[in-house]
Design a protein around this ligand. Structure first.
Ligand code: MG
Length: 341
């Protein structure tokens, strides 16, 4: 086979999932203890039982965003938030420790590196997390583009929340507006005149998730952070793994005017664009309004909304109800443009 890796294979949609499944997951030995969430689950992180009804949760991410500074954040804030958020949506809202590996291109600006480091530190403080070990490598000029950060996080939790627990009747809640991160990065890259009001949502959301779990834990059936590939990709994956259909109510989707405008200009649907400070949560119907009210008590959850319903019909399908009719939303092949996070 002469197939080669393409940019789409790192873009969070169907292409990336196929690469991970076919190359890394298929045939992987699974020597984990019973009750573990391992590689094959392809969840936001792994979970390994450590006794006393507790799990160790582990996640890792590499960050390659271009440009590295963008409205609302930078690669450092992204690295910490991405890792803390993957732990949080597994139910592990208190990061025990983080690692950070830095790969730099020869010639990279020392001053910019210090800016990135200050941002890493500030975001750790905001997330009540610490980097406890790391690594630094330098590659030759032209052998890579500037800087790559890899972060790993570990945390302990007494309940793991999977991305596969949706049930027919559950409501789908998003914790805020959609598409902000990806659109802000794309608008900057394309020098669109409208990025003034367009800002990335990149933020550590662990305290918001802890708040909603503490109040409504048993009613939350599934969680995921809708990063690369946006809400469409995250919900498609959740629906497929859970064996339910999901009907999204278009009128209920929280999307800012700026993101809508950028989406129209670029011809990109905000539903397939990355978020870096949001969660999508499956909630038992009877508690959905209360969950939204609790989320709105948190500064990062002010725009939380119920956006859809799970059904027993058409398992694995994501359907958008436009108010005039229904259409199938297919999981994107990948994020519309690469190097978003
Ligand atoms: Mg994730």
């Amino acid at each position: 086979m002469n197939e080669r890796v393409m940019m789409k294979h790192g873009a969070g949609g169907r292409a990336m999932r196929r690469l991970v499944e076919e190359v890394f997951v298929r045939g992987a030995p699974d020597g984990l203890p019973a009750g573990s969430v391992g590689l094959a689950a392809m969840d936001d992180g792994a979970a390994i039982p450590i006794g006393d009804g507790r799990w160790l949760v582990i996640t890792t991410d590499s960050h390659v965003v271009s440009p590295i500074f963008f409205p609302g954040g930078d690669i450092g804030r992204l690295a910490i938030s991405g890792t803390v958020n993957d732990l949080a949506v597994m139910g592990a809202t208190s990061a025990l420790a983080l690692t950070c590996a830095v790969i730099l291109e020869e010639g990279f600006s020392w001053a910019e590196l210090e800016r990135v480091q200050a941002s890493l530190r500030a975001t750790c403080k905001e997330a009540s997390a610490s980097i406890v070990t790391g690594d630094t490598k330098v590659m030759g000029r032209g052998e890579m583009d500037g800087i790559v950060l890899n972060t790993t996080g570990v945390a302990i939790t007494d309940r793991v929340v999977r991305d596969s627990g949706l049930r027919p009747g559950d409501r789908i809640v998003v914790t805020g507006t959609l598409g902000d991160h990806g659109m802000a990065v794309l608008a900057t890259r394309h020098a669109l005149g409208l990025q003034g009001n367009l800002r990335s949502d990149v933020a550590p959301i662990a305290s918001m998730i802890a708040h909603v779990l503490s109040r409504h834990g048993p009613a939350l059936t599934a969680m995921k952070d809708p990063t690369r590939g946006g809400l469409a990709s995250a919900l498609s994956e959740m629906a497929q793994k859970s064996g339910v259909g999901v009907v999204l109510d278009q009128a209920a989707l929280p999307i800012t005017d700026e993101v809508r405008a950028a989406g129209e200009l670029l011809g990109i649907d905000p539903l397939v664009v990355a978020n870096e400070g949001k969660a999508v949560i499956g909630v038992r119907a009877e508690e959905a309004d209360a969950v939204v009210a609790t989320l709105r008590e948190h500064p990062l959850g002010k725009k939380a909304a119920i956006v859809g319903t799970c059904t027993g019909a058409r398992p694995g399908a994501l359907v958008l109800d436009t108010g005039f009719g229904r259409r199938r939303v297919t999981e994107p092949e990948g994020e519309p443009l690469p190097r978003i996070c």
